[in-house]
Design a protein around this ligand. Sequence first.
Ligand code: NAG
Ligand code: NAG
Ligand code: NAG
Ligand code: NAG
Length: 236
Amino acid sequence: MLLLFLLSASLGLTSVTAADEGCIPRNSASFGFRLVVNVTDPSKDLSPSINGLFLHLAHIGPAQNRAYAAATPGPIFYQNGTSNTPSLTNLLTDGGSPPFPEGMSYQQEQTDANGAGIYVNAGSGAQATKLTRLSAPYSYLTILAEVTGSAFIGCTATIPYYGNSTYFPVINWVMTTRNATGTHLVIPEGCVPINLVPQCAALEALPPDARSSHEFAQEVRCYDNVGGIDWSRYQY
Ligand SMILES: *[C@@H]1O[C@H](CO)[C@@H](O)[C@H](O)[C@H]1NC(C)=O
Ligand SMILES: *[C@@H]1O[C@H](CO)[C@@H](O)[C@H](O)[C@H]1NC(C)=O
Ligand SMILES: *[C@@H]1O[C@H](CO)[C@@H](O)[C@H](O)[C@H]1NC(C)=O
Ligand SMILES: *[C@@H]1O[C@H](CO)[C@@H](O)[C@H](O)[C@H]1NC(C)=O
C-alpha cells in the first residue's frame, strides 16, 4: 500500500482508485445465467459473509426447493417471456429428468418476520420476476419492480425440512423503504440487503422428451465473473 502510494505520488497520479463515473461494469449476453449474491450494505453482512456466494437450492420436497446462499455454483436460470407481455416474465430453471420447468416464487411465512421466503418449485413461479432493463446501469434480479421499495435479503434462519438446529443463509424478499437519511434500506434485524446479479452460463439444449421449453428464453445482460467486479469503480 505504501509502495503503491509512493509510486503513484512520484508519477503524479491523482488517485489509483478513481471511480469510472458514468461507466458500467462490462457485461456480456447469454440465455442462461446463475445468480450471485452481492451484499449492498456490507456493514450488515452475515457471518460468515455471503457476498459472492451463489443462489443455491435446498431440496424440501418433491420439486420444491428453498433458496439460500452457498459457495458451489447454483442452478442455471433463464428469463422466460415475450417483449410484448413484460409483466408476465418469469424466472425458470429445469429440474428433474426428463426436465420440467421450475419457477422462482416468494411465499410469506406466517411466523416469519423476515419477509417472504424465495422458493423454486415446479411450475411457472411468480410473474414480473426479471432482470433490470437495459437502461439501468447494472443487471440484477427484481420482483415486481414497478412496486417501489422491495429488496432481496439474506437472513440466518432454519429451513423446517432440515430441523430446527441447522441454520442456513436463506434468501428472502421484503417490501421495504429507505431510512430517514434516504441512503439505506430498512430491513429486518439480522438480515442483510443483497442484489442477485446474473453470471453468464450456457443454457444447454433440452432432450426431445423434455417438458420444459426454451422457446421463450430471453437473451439477457449478464457478467462473466461477478466476483471479479470492483463495484467501487462504478458510481450511481
Ligand atoms: C454490489 O455491492 C456494492 C457494495 O458492496 C455496491 O456498491 C454495488 O452497487 C452493488 N452492485 C449491484 C449490482 O448490486
Ligand atoms: C414461458 O413464457 C411463455 C410466453 O409468455 C408462456 O406462454 C409460458 O407459459 C411460459 N412457461 C412457463 C413454464 O411459465
Ligand atoms: C427443536 O428441536 C428440539 C430437539 O429436536 C425439540 O425438543 C424442540 O421441541 C424443537 N422446537 C421446535 C420449535 O420445533
Ligand atoms: C440510515 O442508515 C445508516 C446506515 O445504517 C445510518 O448511518 C443512518 O444514520 C440512518 N439514518 C437514520 C435517520 O436513521
